[in-house]
Design a protein around this ligand. Structure first.
Ligand code: SAH
Ligand code: SF4
Ligand code: F3S
Length: 453
């Protein structure tokens, strides 16, 4: 083996938080002199950044790992890393299951990858899963896009939804300071980025752990204040944020979004269930009436706002009538996008051991019925764009049609139109929508938008 060309490969599973962590870990590896290898079979360091939100997400990791563990027998120089939420959940147990592993590291350790790898290169098998305070890091992430970027705002989750592993694997909430966040965004703008997405499991809970209160007794630092604080960074044209929890979504935040021109009119606010009894058992801390009021208020201020959400079907004890309340909520609101999932019992969560689990058959039947409705509603919602002129921020070439470019409208639907990526990447283009599908659009360019500050 030559050491001159050290290559790494990262496969990322799961949510945007994991994608952002992977970009940071890739930055660390590049700083250490590794080069990206698209093909894991040509890499000396393979990192799986894993997800354990549902059982099928976790199983996928084991099948990938199995293949590389075999390869390691022929190639002992190969370094195998499991990072992310499966690593945190399983810890040492992962080493027993896959003894070929060199490093098991939880999500809070992403910024420490260099140190941990050094220990591996010194001949150790390393497990890093203790709860730590996440350090501000100075490494430059290797970002997938040159147009849009993630910005971590709050790590962890302080909720205790009875189905969810996230608090176990991501730890307690840690908000970054407004100054650190703004500094990141300024740097991104200097590198030419046009859009930032502020990230957190419950982004609207931002700032609760930061010191200071206003004279009225409100937290000094909230997502609303943060949006005002970062809004004027020149060059950044769009600001998004995800994921929002209904419990913390205030009218003050809605007003700010309506008032601040860069904040896009798209809100991802999972409701999980449309039934109050189920919501209570899930420990979500709101009713379907409260959820509806939030959406009504958003639509009062921003009638055209896109609304997306997550929902779970087949939670333990869910009756047919309760499931129908979820259908009713999905039908009444008319989501632009709804991520649906059948409930999956997760180790270490309260609901997993309740004896009122539903059959796989019932769960998959409900999932299909909900998905059917979701498609109909999304198609209806897409209709409003027909013939309209929308602003598209161009991100890439359409991989399926090289004569087209693609990007998102402010409302977040992916939109395709004819154009040359070399000319248009990172540009905002006014596009007349000529074709609509439930989750994407096609159009023709009308004009390049003026330079914005
Ligand atoms: N913090 C966000 C969601 C994070 S997890 C929130 O509270 O809304 C992403 C989604 O995975 C959740 O919204 C939920 O719909 C789904 N999910 C989480 N645990 C699940 C489980 N055990 N089974 C099925 N879906 C689950
Ligand atoms: Fe999981 Fe609930 Fe936290 Fe969301 S708010 S990450 S669903 S525990
Ligand atoms: Fe999965 Fe971890 Fe995200 S469990 S959904 S990768 S926080």
């Amino acid at each position: 083996m030559t050491t001159s060309k050290r290559r790494y490969h990262i496969t990322t599973f799961g949510c945007q938080m994991n994608k952002a962590d992977s970009e940071r870990m890739a930055g660390v590896l590049e700083d250490m002199g590794f080069e990206w290898s698209e093909d894991p079979n040509h890499a000396n360091v393979i990192l799986y950044n894993t997800c354990t939100i549902r059982d099928n997400a976790e199983q996928k990791v084991y099948s990938y790992l199995g293949r590389q563990a075999k390869r390691k027998h022929e190639n002992p120089d190969l370094t195998l890393i499991v990072a992310g939420c499966v690593a945190q959940q399983e810890g040492e147990a992962l080493l027993r299951r896959v003894p070929e592993l060199d490093l098991v590291m939880g999500p809070q350790h992403a910024n420490r990858l260099q140190d941990l790898l050094q220990q591996v290169f010194d001949g150790n098998q390393v497990v890093a899963t203790e709860q730590v305070h996440i350090m501000e890091d100075i490494t430059k992430p290797r970002r997938d896009s040159t147009v849009t970027a993630w910005v971590n705002v709050i790590y962890g989750c302080n909720e205790r939804c009875t189905y969810c592993v996230v608090p176990n694997v991501r730890g307690v909430e840690q908000s970054r300071t407004p100054e650190a966040i703004r500094a990141d965004i300024i740097e991104l703008s200097q590198q030419g980025y046009k859009e930032v997405t502020l990230l957190g499991q419950n982004i609207d809970a931002y700032g609760r752990d930061l010191p200071g209160v206003t004279p009225e007794g409100r937290n000094l630092h909230t997502l609303t204040d943060l949006l005002y604080y970062v809004h004027d960074v020149p060059g950044i044209e769009r600001i998004r944020f995800a994921t929002s929890h209904p419990r913390y979504f205030t009218e003050r935040l809605i007003k700010a979004c309506a008032e601040l021109p860069k904040v896009c009119e798209h809100f991802h606010i999972p409701f999980q269930s449309g039934d109050n009894e189920v919501l209570k058992l899930m420990a979500r801390g709101y009713t379907h009436e409260k959820y509806r009021r939030i959406i009504d208020t958003i639509r009062q201020y921003m009638p055209d706002a896109s609304i997306s959400a997550d929902a779970i079907v087949g939670f333990p004890t869910e009756t047919e009538a309760q499931f129908e309340n979820t259908l009713k909520l999905a039908g009444d609101i008319g989501f632009d996008l709804l991520n649906t999932a059948a409930y999956s019992p997760r180790p270490g969560t309260p609901a997993a051991v309740w004896d009122s689990q539903l059959s796989e058959e019932t769960k998959s039947d409900r999932l299909q019925r909900l998905n059917h409705l979701v498609n109909i509603k999304a198609a209806e919602r897409s209709q409003r764009y027909m013939g309209r002129i929308e602003e598209v921020l161009v991100e890439d070439q359409n991989p399926k049609d090289k004569t087209q470019v693609m990007g998102r409208i402010r409302g977040n639907r992916l939109t395709f139109f004819a154009g040359d990526i070399k000319e248009l990447k990172g540009k905002s283009v006014k596009v007349r929508i000529t074709e609509v599908r439930p989750f994407s659009l096609t159009g023709e360019p009308v004009a390049l938008c003026g330079m914005k500050k």
